[in-house]
Design a protein around this ligand. Structure first.
Ligand SMILES: *Cc1c(COP(=O)(O)O)cnc(C)c1O
Length: 392
């Protein structure tokens, strides 16, 4: 006999399948890079967030091996009990220095960092204001913080300002993605800094897709906005850095408050110290090999020029995230399958990850790609667009 649980769950799964929103996982059988072996076949990969091609770099691998030989695999405990190793500490110091902040605090994942920071800073009686296209972890953090939760129109500072002015009591926290993860465009940071200051609100930016790739020194928005302008900075280490984990950087007072009150920091096992060592090695490479950022920029230009000539529906992005907005869910899926048949992996991003009617092919570029590989993607898109009638 089937358990009643099965009937209830089956209905929701069937509905998701009918909507063309059913998700399936693929099994990676090699390292991630410009190419990878997936489910027994070799593919060109245009869907990973390994923007600098560091995830499989020998320097990171050997840093991780050495640290594992030194201090083992598991951290053994949470940071506050006895899991905070010198590798974690060294990485925090390095991140603080790189971002020009007093201190940085490591979190095991970006999801937990966002959740932890928002809930530690605001609660009942306070208000949190988020861009409607913010990453799910920021939205979830805001919703569950207990503060009054408001979304403002995407990149619309006037809308934010109206909402801030209507809010009188409590703490006010403004939260944005610096680079929007499904669109690739950037938040108007200078205006947000000014508006937040004028309205006595605290500003937090999630730089998951800018850290490592944007800014003069690769520190993302931290290269431009000081701790005074942008007091709460969060970024991840599993994307351009090629490692794993996340951090929050800011004042001494902010970091001490998070250590005391951020529950997802307190009640979880510290990341393996060898992972921290690999992240550290990646930061060294970031400094010594700035050519990776330059190469990525030139591949982005190449892709955009080619796509524009083909009349493909590019979005307003000059970052490594170069989505093509298709619209209907099933069409985005069909196109991603057609690319797969040509040996190219690009994911079709559908609701609820993006708003209704805006399904897209989320193409991501990496310094690991060659110009020829970008051209191969453009050729495949040309062919598929011709058959599907997709144009800008
Ligand atoms: C990936 C991502 C996160 C989550 O980071 P993880 O370390 O993968 O949990 C948070 N914010 C944004 C904008 C992201 O793209």
């Amino acid at each position: 006999m089937t358990h009643p649980l099965e009937h209830t769950l089956a209905a929701a799964l069937t509905k998701r399948r009918e909507l063309h929103r059913y998700r399936v996982r693929r099994t990676l059988e090699s390292a991630t890079g410009a190419t990878a072996r997936v489910d027994g076949k070799n593919f060109l990969l245009f869907c990973s967030n390994d923007y600098l091609g560091l995830a499989n770099h020998p320097v990171l691998i050997s840093a991780m091996q050495k640290a594992a030989e030194d201090v083992g695999v598991g951290s053994g405990a949470s940071h506050l009990v006895c899991g905070h190793s010198r590798y974690h500490h060294q990485l925090e110091d390095r991140l603080a220095e790189m971002t020009g902040r007093d201190r940085a605090l490591l979190f095991s994942t970006g999801y937990m960092a966002n959740f932890g920071v928002i809930a530690a800073l605001v609660g009942r009686g306070d208000a949190v204001f988020e861009d409607r296209l913010n990453h799910a972890s920021l939205l979830d953090g805001g919703l569950l913080s207990g503060a009054r939760f408001q979304r403002f129109a995407h990149n619309d500072v006037a809308d934010l300002e109206r909402r801030l002015q209507k809010t009188e009591s409590g703490r006010k926290l403004v939260v944005v993605d610096h680079v929007f993860s499904m669109d690739g465009d950037q938040a108007p940071m200078a205006e947000l800094v000014a508006t937040s200051r004028d309205n006595k609100a605290w500003l937090m930016a999630d730089d998951a897709h800018g850290f490592g790739v944007l800014g003069e020194n690769g520190a993302g928005c931290a290269d431009i906005f000081s701790q005074d302008d942008l007091p709460i900075l969060m970024a991840t280490l599993g994307k351009a850095i090629g490692g794993f984990g996340a951090f929050v950087a800011g004042s001494e007072m902010l970091i001490e408050s998070l250590i005391q009150f951020a529950r997802p920091y307190i009640y979880t096992t510290a990341m393996p110290p060898a992972v921290a060592a690999a992240n550290l090695a990646a930061l060294d490479l970031l400094e010594s090999e700035s050519w990776r950022r330059d190469k990525l920029q030139s591949l982005i230009q190449r892709f955009r020029q080619g796509a524009e000539q083909l009349g493909l529906p590019l979005m307003a992005s000059d970052t490594a995230i170069q989505p093509l907005q298709v619209g209907p869910d099933d069409q985005a899926l069909t196109m991603s399958w057609a690319l797969e048949e040509k040996g190219i992996l690009v994911s079709a991003i559908r609701p609820p990850t993006v708003p209704e009617g805006t399904s897209r092919l989320r193409i991501t570029l990496s310094a690991a790609h060659s110009e020829a590989q970008v051209d191969q993607l453009l050729d495949a898109l040309e062919d598929i667009a011709r058959h599907s009638g997709m144009t800008a």
